[in-house]
Design a protein around this ligand. Structure first.
Ligand code: GDG
Length: 460
């Protein structure tokens, strides 16, 4: 039912990347949950995706790739700096993540953010058929719903925010707070990761605009707007099936053998972002060793840190800080053949990523703040033998669903140390009970469930 109408997706990035040796005109589908969830719907019933190809100045005509209509949006180098790196990643990103880093309020970034949002809205208005469903994604495009409604009052507009929505007191810092809310309120359905985000958004909307009503149903300018929690998820079957491949299992054993088969692996996989709490986690691991709750003979921390937004100062700074911390811990605790912290600053391919999940005894997902966190759900999907322990931050959206994880406050170092210690010694029966409940939760609430629930809400 949810798939019976054509869908138009609007997101900052297109679902494809330039491929080095692709036979299909130099493009390949980019890996990632959003693309995985939406491409079957787009392919089966037709539809298109509007987005930026990822390099400044590139001018491309619309084309079809793998039965998906691709509508590229051009951004100049200056717009990449102001709309993308500036307003999106140096103002909104930190502000919406509890201001973990001070957000920058730079007037010169606002106009380019508005201009680029208009460009996306106009492209969508031109493309959309009468009555079409249009689904706008994320913090880069918060003004698009209102703009699109102005241009095309006939279409159904959905908006989904992938990152948290901040409490009203923090949101109030934003000089353009009213404009941003009015932008989002142009949608018929506004989706968030958790009910806490729903509550915070609706409060802010009532406070700073003329919107009225309850948290999940707002009235605004004569329209009814549904506001709901739609927790994003993963393609569970896909991750499970990769985890069952012989060469992936073999590679996981190889990883274990290389670090020392008797040592327990505590794994983390994150973009190298200050919201992900890499530093707090390393300090807790250091404490685990210094308090002699564990030794380098027993265990190691393996941190896969995926390079991210490196042209933004705060990201270069966090990288330097993390690398000094790794050096300090290894300098203090490693011995020949027993490295305390294995730090890999790189992107792994999908199979390699799953092999690392399989090799890990304990998965540490301890962001200071995170909209959802898909890594936690991916780890669970790969635990086909019901082994493994997930330590999860209370401040990840995923904690609202994954209540059988060992939940931690990442700013409470003692609590983190205790949780790591508990995870390393959790009785087998308890481990199995927890992970099998977590697996049923994620299996039932996969990314297809997420996409279908949102689209169904949009069709009502
Ligand atoms: C935003 C929100 C929300 C990571 N390393 C590798 C790799 N990854 C993949 C993971 C996962 C994805 O990247 C990361 O997703 P997260 O959800 O953990 O985090 P963000 O990038 O911050 O995403 C977040 C999400 O949007 C969706 O709404 O959950 O809260 O911040 O899928 O697998 N993939 C590969 N190699 C790696 O080395 N192939």
């Amino acid at each position: 039912m949810a798939q019976s109408r054509k869908l138009l997706i609007i997101a900052n990035r297109l679902p494809i990347n330039r491929a080095g040796h692709s036979s299909q005109g130099g493009w390949e589908i980019s890996p990632g949950g959003l693309v995985t969830a939406l491409s079957p719907i787009l392919k089966e019933h037709g539809g298109a995706w509007i987005g930026w190809p990822g390099t400044a100045g590139t001018h491309l005509r619309p084309f079809t790739f793998d039965r998906i209509g691709i509508i590229p949006i051009r951004l100049t180098q200056k717009e990449v700096r102001s709309y993308y790196e500036g307003f999106s990643n140096e103002t909104i990103w930190p502000l919406f993540h509890d201001a973990i880093r001070p957000p920058k309020f730079v007037s010169e970034w606002w106009q380019p953010y508005t201009d680029v949002n208009w460009r996306f809205a106009r492209a969508a208005a031109k493309q959309a058929r009468p009555g079409q469903l249009v689904w706008v994604h994320d913090y880069h495009l918060q003004l698009v719903p209102r703009m699109l409604r102005e241009l095309r009052p006939d279409i159904r507009i959905g908006f989904f925010l992938h990152i948290p929505f901040p409490p009203e007191e923090l949101f109030a810092w934003l000089p353009w707070r009213r404009e941003l809310l009015q932008g989002m309120l142009g949608a018929d359905v506004i989706g968030f990761q958790t009910t806490a985000d729903v509550r915070d958004f609706s409060r802010a909307a009532r406070m700073f605009t003329s919107a009225a009503g309850g948290d999940t149903l707002l009235r605004y300018r004569g329209r009814r707007i549904r506001v709901g929690a739609f927790p994003i998820s993963i393609d569970f079957d896909e991750f499970e099936s990769i985890a069952k491949r012989g060469r992936v299992i073999h590679r996981a054993l190889d990883i274990r053998r290389r670090v020392g088969s008797t040592r327990r692996i505590l794994l983390s996989v994150d973009r190298l972002d200050y919201t992900k709490g890499l530093d707090a986690r390393m300090i807790a691991f250091e404490q685990l060793l210094s308090r002699r709750l564990a030794t380098v003979d027993d265990c190691l921390l393996m941190q896969v840190a995926v390079p991210s937004r490196e042209s933004v100062d705060e990201y270069a700074e966090i990288r330097g800080h993390i690398e000094r911390t790794v050096g300090r811990i290894n300098g203090e605790y490693s011995v020949p053949g027993r490295i305390a912290v294995h730090y890999f600053r790189r992107n792994l391919n999908r199979e390699e990523l799953v092999a690392h999940y399989l090799a890990a005894d304990v998965m540490l997902v301890t962001p200071l703040r995170d909209g959802m966190n898909l890594v936690a759900k991916e780890y669970i999907a790969t635990r086909t033998t019901n082994s493994g322990v997930l330590v999860l931050s209370e401040f990840a959206g995923a904690a609202h669903e994954l209540t059988q994880a060992l939940l931690v406050n990442p700013r409470d170092t003692d609590g983190m140390v205790r949780a790591f210690d508990t995870a390393l010694h959790l009785p087998l029966v308890e481990t199995r009970k927890r992970i099998s409940r977590l697996r049923s939760q994620v299996r039932q609430h996969d990314v297809f469930h997420w996409a279908n629930s949102f689209i169904e809400a949009l069709m009502q």
